[in-house]
Design a protein around this ligand. Structure first.
Ligand code: HMG
Length: 389
């Protein structure tokens, strides 16, 4: 039985900052951000969006009534949680109108958590093939103004419906995993921005990729030539390129050129959004499938998921005959229609998030066109609104 990704949809904010303009404001060469980091635009997440609203905005447009009736597992992978006890998935399930007969959980392991959700979901569907699982990676990537990590911020959510006989990608059951205690990136409970050892984290990422990729090839007796393209977690798009380059010696010159060409499509949409932590690998998968004219049904893609701290996993999936039918075709146009904000406006939005305090607070959402918005906090409870009701 084939099990995998049946539908794949993305949501981010309607605002972005131009990376050349941000570089100039930070006394950096624009090419450092555009080429050295590999980012053109960075999503600016306004105070009216958080991990819950981004997740609901990503999933709602792709779900039919039939899907909703079949979903009995909802996993939200996030490291931008809004409560230390209650799962963001509970709020998301309510906003989406899911049945109350749903297993609803939040998962955490930095950027890796959505992959843990996908693997849990595929095991679940293999046992219950008449059911569907909804897995969402949703985050706001924050390092702070004027920090080295600043040009690698961003945010958004990717929603994936996991089912039997999937339209998009049939997932393999084999994978290669690695996890150990590494202090490359973390966020103590009292911090709203991540702490990171940037260069170290980039080195660990490559070490993990090489380890799980080679281990996968060896343990599953897979030739790298059978992989049409490699898709990466992209904290910034140059990171994936560096990892890809590190394994090019394993294949001949023709295959190297193919992998490099495919990679340009895989990073096209991420280049316009920035890091979105848990959703980043799956936005890259969406980018690959939406923008790469050389792909065909039957092609096998390798997927590398990395979460700092650290955990890595490599697995593969095969593109299905009707894969275009499960994709978010409106995404490139939505990204093109976003409003560019100045660096000053981005800084103001960055600093005016809902505060981690007990008092009642309100958030301006008048300019937010998304269906689900955060309107504030009342009696220590976050207030969400469906603007279509
Ligand atoms: P930095 O120190 O500002 O940048 O930090 P740099 O000096 O290393 O320069 C970056 C690149 O730009 C270099 O290229 C320069 O040569 C180049 P590289 O040597 O790396 O190939 N450059 C130029 N290129 C063209 N024209 C120019 C020019 N000038 C310089 N004029 C860093 C960069 C990524 C470290 C920083 O932004 C950072 O700390 N980011 C956050 C950490 C991060 O993203 N780590 C990635 C791996 S960890 C991960 O993926 C997990 C994560 O997503 C979190 C999670 O799991 O939850 C982060």
């Amino acid at each position: 039985m084939k099990v995998g990704i049946d539908k794949l949809h993305f949501a981010t904010s309607h605002l972005y900052v131009d990376m050349a303009e941000l570089a100039t404001a930070r006394q950096a060469e624009p090419d450092k951000y555009l080429i050295g980091i590999g980012q053109s635009k960075m999503a600016v997440i306004p105070p009216s969006q958080d991990a819950v609203t981004l997740a609901a905005n990503a999933a709602a447009p792709m779900l039919t009534a039939t899907d909703i009736a079949a979903i009995d597992l909802l996993v939200v992978g996030t490291e931008s949680g809004i409560d230390n006890s209650k799962a963001s998935a509970i709020y998301v399930a309510k906003l989406l109108g899911l049945s109350q007969r749903v297993r609803t959980i939040e998962m955490k392991e930095a950027c890796y958590a959505a992959t843990a959700g996908v693997q849990l979901a595929q095991d679940h569907v293999r046992v219950h093939p008449d059911k569907k699982a909804l897995v969402i990676g949703s985050d706001v990537a924050r390092y702070g103004l004027n920090t080295p990590g600043e040009p690698t911020q961003g945010g958004g959510a990717v929603a994936m419906l996991i089912s039997a006989d999937p339209k998009v990608l049939a997932l393999g059951t084999e994978s290669s995993l690695l996890s150990e205690d590494v202090m490359d990136f973390w966020r103590p409970l009292y911090h709203t921005e991540a702490l990171v050892d940037g260069k170290y984290s980039s080195n660990i990422y490559i070490d993990y990729f090489q380890d799980v990729f080679k281990n996968y090839l060896q343990t599953t007796q897979t030739s790298p030539d059978t992989l049409t393209a490699l898709v990466f977690h992209l904290p910034y798009t140059k990171m994936g390129l560096k990892a890809l380059r590190s394994v090019l010696p394993l294949v001949d010159a023709e295959k190297q050129a193919q992998w490099l060409t495919h990679f340009e499509h895989a990073r096209q949409l991420n280049r316009q959004v920035g890091n979105l932590y848990t959703g980043s690998l799956y936005l890259s998968l969406l980018s690959q499938l939406l923008t790469d004219p050389q792909l065909q049904p039957g092609n096998r893609l390798g997927l590398f998921s990395y979460g700092s701290g650290a955990e890595g996993e490599f697995y593969t999936g095969v593109i299905q005959p009707d894969y275009q039918a499960g994709l978010d075709h409106g995404l490139p146009q939505r990204l093109a229609r976003r409003r560019r904000v100045s660096v000053a406006e981005y800084e103001a939005l960055f600093s005016h998030q809902l505060q981690w305090r007990a008092d009642d607070q309100s958030v301006s959402y008048a300019d937010d066109p998304h269906r689900f918005v955060l309107t504030g906090q009342k009696d220590e409870q976050r207030q969400y609104l469906d603007q279509q009701v």
